[in-house]
Design a binder for this molecule. Structure first.
Ligand code: 13P
Length: 290
């Protein structure tokens, strides 16, 4: 059974470890991420963006894939299915489909007041259904699903305003960006993170753009109150590299090497390996039902 992400993130916040929230793109992705979580006995947040849900045929398709795999793979660790960067309408669609957690990304709204108004409404509705809510203050840089954020730095006072609406965890821009980091990236702004944490107390904080941040910075961010680390590009890169190798080694020309089950296998295995490494790095191994 899927659970919401509140308890697992509160445990991570108290225990000073991080939980990976891994984006799923298709059946193989979901299988691979779940395999890694079970083998590492780590709690897991499987998340899906609006674009990846559309690609897979809709939120109900994603829900049915993940929910059924949890049952059929006999997954024993807690798993939450989370909407990543949902707009206002997408939050309702994902909740209706059975998602157990949503992110309302109001950072692109015309004003902070609209972000506040929508977040408040969605918290009320989601909590009645037992669904957890992530909100965002300060856009995350980089491009995701065709939307390019400016990489704003979150205002700690605005974080406090949103935290007080009862959100379960909060994403805040601290110099992190989606996708691969440019060579001239200045690194995470730990002073801002420290100020935000002072304002929001024990509310778990979320680090988007988890791909390519040096391990020491990730660990420091976790020690300063980051509890959820979002990872998408990293797994796409390892999947792509393993698939490329398959063709470079001309494995497709061997007996039935063109069968998609054979073609996708190395990429899927690479996702399992990399997800397990990241779980080690974040410190969630063995945290199961803590
Ligand atoms: P990356 O693609 O940079 O790992 O970021 C993922 C993310 O933050 C999803 O919300």
């Amino acid at each position: 059974m899927l659970v919401n992400a509140t308890h697992m993130l509160q445990s991570a916040e108290k225990g000073h470890y991080g939980l990976g929230a891994f984006n799923t793109n298709n059946l193989e992705w979901a299988q691979a991420i779940l395999t890694a979580a079970e083998e590492e006995q780590s709690p897991l947040i499987v998340q899906c963006s609006m674009g990846a849900a559309k690609y897979q045929g809709g939120y109900n398709v994603v829900y049915n894939i993940v929910n059924t795999l949890v049952k059929n793979m006999n997954i024993t660790v807690p798993v939450a299915l989370h909407l990543d960067h949902g707009n206002y309408e997408a939050c309702f669609e994902a909740m209706d489909a059975g998602f157990t957690s949503i992110m309302y990304d109001g950072s692109h709204e015309k004003s902070f007041d609209i972000n506040v108004e929508h977040t408040k409404e969605l918290v009320g509705i989601a909590h009645k259904k037992g669904i957890s809510v992530e909100a965002e203050v300060g856009g995350i840089g980089g491009t995701e699903d065709g939307v390019t954020g400016m990489g704003e730095i979150a205002d700690p006072k605005e974080c406090k305003t949103i935290a007080d609406l009862g959100v379960d965890f909060l994403a805040c821009g601290i110099g992190n960006i989606h996708g691969l980091y440019p060579k001239n990236w200045k690194g995470l702004q730990f002073d801002v993170l420290g100020n935000i944490k002072k304002e929001v107390g024990d509310l778990p904080l979320v680090l988007h753009g988890g791909t390519g941040i040096p391990v020491d910075q990730v660990k420091r961010a976790i020690s300063l109150g980051i509890s959820k680390i979002n990872v998408n590009t990293d797994l796409q890169v390892v999947f792509s590299a393993a698939t490329k190798k398959y063709y470079e080694e001309k494995k497709d020309e061997l007996e039935k090497g063109y069968d998609p089950r054979k073609v996708l296998k190395p990429g899927k295995e690479a996702i399992v390996v990399r997800t397990k490494e990241l779980m080690e790095e974040f410190g969630s191994v063995g945290k199961g039902w803590e």
